[in-house]
Design a protein around this ligand. Structure first.
Ligand code: MG
Length: 397
């Protein structure tokens, strides 16, 4: 075990290779686990951000699957990472391709990290970098504490001693040249991690202390656990803010309305400068309200011809980007539409999907409800539609 390395260990340019090219078949969801929403952002965003923000890391190279380019762009939005490279058929091949892509940058050190470990701490990244001052490689690990058994057909045949056994984590850190050479020499051997590969060519790899919190998200239960851990960690540095939004648009001639970005056939249309999506306008104002950054008219004045007929998703996405720019997390939105017609119920699911998509939120963080006003008032007389929204945002400080 590496003990108390000097914090000023002399290491040169250091690149993090974040490997996120897997299909995550054990996760059972339609999208790969590394893009599942975690605390309001794609999981991979958290992983990339941990390295982008680390003072000892000079550049971050993501390795992704070619099918995931659009998901990746969303996950990396606002983060300064190198252009992604495409991975190969298995993890070892993906790492090799990532390393080959770094040759032109000529780093002295490289950290190889699983994209599905979003909770890696700055301290752990610092520990593996420090270890390279005295070792060819560094592997974070935790001791095995449970008893180990070997079983055949569900029956225990032998207990195994756990002494000297460790659970390997990432990031695993190496001197760049020797690791690249090891990958080239052992290409195609399908080893599970880089320390196995380093051992294969006789590189010395030092154990450093891993972290229980540095979990690898493999199942939906892991994702829920990561979410709880982030919420606890966020409790220390992020404070909740609640914003409200209200909007009204009147009916005019037409053959349909757009609500939450979903077009609904109707015998009239809503009148407005943009697409008159009263629901997205109320949601946008709720988020801006939580940020105390004015209202939709402040940022997108109706007098500006650029917003004539605009898709209101633009306004809502801008508000969500403002949350991220402040280092915050959008935790939740809730919307109530008030109208007699059209009926909202049949469209509610599509609206939830669209709002969640625009905001990069999990669907269970998007509330959409509707009510009539019992025939009373302007909504009751069918003169227009009103929308009320609330947003909860977690902000630093
Ligand atoms: Mg409006």
């Amino acid at each position: 075990m590496h003990s108390s390395p000097s914090p000023s260990a002399p290491v040169g340019p250091c690149v993090a290779l974040v490997v996120a090219a897997g299909r995550g078949r054990r996760f059972g969801a339609e999208r790969p686990k590394q893009y599942a929403p975690l605390a309001g952002r794609p999981l991979l965003h958290h992983t990339l951000a941990a390295f982008v923000r680390h003072p000892r890391i000079d550049a971050v190279r993501p390795v992704i699957h070619p099918d995931d380019l659009a998901e990746f762009e969303h996950a990396a939005a606002g983060l300064s990472v190198l252009a992604p490279v495409f991975g190969g058929d298995d993890r070892q091949e993906s790492v090799r391709l990532g390393l080959e892509s770094l040759v032109e940058l000529a780093p002295t050190h490289v950290l190889v990290h699983d994209g599905a470990r979003p909770l890696v701490s700055a301290e752990l990244i610092g520990r593996v970098v420090d270890a390279l001052a005295t070792s060819g490689g560094a592997l974070p690990a935790l001791p095995v504490t449970d008893s180990l058994k070997r079983a055949v057909d569900g029956e225990v045949v032998v207990g195994l001693p756990r002494e000297g056994l460790w659970r390997a984590q990432t990031p695993q850190a190496f001197h760049f040249g020797p690791l690249l050479a090891a990958h080239r020499a052992l290409a195609g051997s399908a080893l599970t991690d880089d320390s196995a590969l380093a051992e294969g060519v006789g590189l010395r790899v030092m154990l450093v202390e891993g972290e229980e919190g540095n979990l690898k998200v493999t199942t939906p239960e892991d994702l829920a656990r990561a979410e709880r851990m982030l919420a606890r960690a966020g409790g220390a540095g992020l404070a909740p803010r609640t914003g409200q939004g209200f909007d009204v648009h009147r009916f005019g001639p037409g053959d349909g309305v757009i609500l939450c970005g979903v077009r609904i056939a109707h015998d009239r249309a809503l009148v407005g400068h943009s697409d008159a999506d009263v629901a997205l306008h109320a949601l946008t104002d709720a988020i801006l309200g939580a940020l105390a950054e004015g209202d939709i008219g402040t940022h997108f004045p109706p007098s500006d011809p650029r917003w004539r007929g605009a898709d209101s998703a633009l306004f809502l996405a801008d508000a969500a980007a403002r949350v991220r720019a402040r280092g915050g997390i959008l935790a939740h939105v809730d919307l109530t539409l008030i109208c007699e017609h059209p009926r909202i119920g049949p469209h509610r699911a599509a609206m939830t999907v669209r709002v969640a998509e625009i905001l990069g939120l999990a669907q269970d963080r998007v509330g959409i409800k509707a009510t009539t006003s019992e025939g009373l008032g302007f909504t009751g007389r069918g003169e227009g539609i009103a929308a009320l929204a609330v947003a909860t945002v977690l902000l630093p400080g």
